[in-house]
Design a protein around this ligand. Structure first.
Ligand code: RP5
Length: 167
């Protein structure tokens, strides 16, 4: 695989099932990516080092998912000017509501583009990353147009089934 353009990082290996959908989407679009476990709390030095070197490594977008006291996306955003997409993961007794708030409520000047909690968020983080890359890549833009057509076609088929009494 060529050098990664997108880095998918997560606070723990227990977050992998939640972050895999993002990887699947990037694979579908043919975008080179990497997966890493980095914890803002348990390995703060590694996180700082990763974020500080991300741009010179050729990364364009960072997707960061975390659950408990979810600071990973925000800490990474503090150390880079690359766009950071945050995925709140529902890995705590509060079912991700806590992760949503700690990911989304960034102070002015250090944005984290926060997506939905859970599976939809993981997928959307990757689609958003592809949309960012597509700004300077017409082929990726075309793939996004096709992707949206497929989504619409899926809805059309479901609607036909429903109208035909097949659901
Ligand atoms: C967060 O704490 C991780 O992102 C994970 O969602 C949660 C629990 O981590 P483990 O105790 O499973 O390693 O830092």
């Amino acid at each position: 695989m060529s050098e990664p353009l997108v880095s998918i990082i997560m606070g723990s290996d227990s977050d992998l099932p939640a972050m895999n959908p993002a990887a699947e989407i990037l694979k579908e679009f043919g975008v080179p990516y990497e997966l890493q476990v980095l914890s803002a709390h348990r390995s703060p030095e590694l996180v700082r080092d990763f974020a500080a070197k991300a741009q010179t490594r050729g990364l364009k977008v960072i997707i960061a998912g975390a659950g408990g006291a979810a600071h990973l996306a925000g800490v990474v955003a503090a150390h880079t000017v690359l766009p950071v997409v945050g995925v709140p993961i529902n890995s705590t007794p509060l079912n991700g509501f806590d992760a949503l708030l700690s990911t989304v409520q960034m102070p002015a000047g250090i944005p984290v583009a926060t997506v939905a909690v859970g599976d939809a968020g993981s997928r959307n983080a990757a689609v958003l990353a592809v949309q960012m890359l597509a700004l300077s890549d017409p082929q990726l833009r075309e793939k996004l147009v096709e992707y949206k057509k497929k989504l619409a076609e899926g809805v059309r088929v479901k609607n036909e089934k429903l109208k035909g009494g097949k659901v």
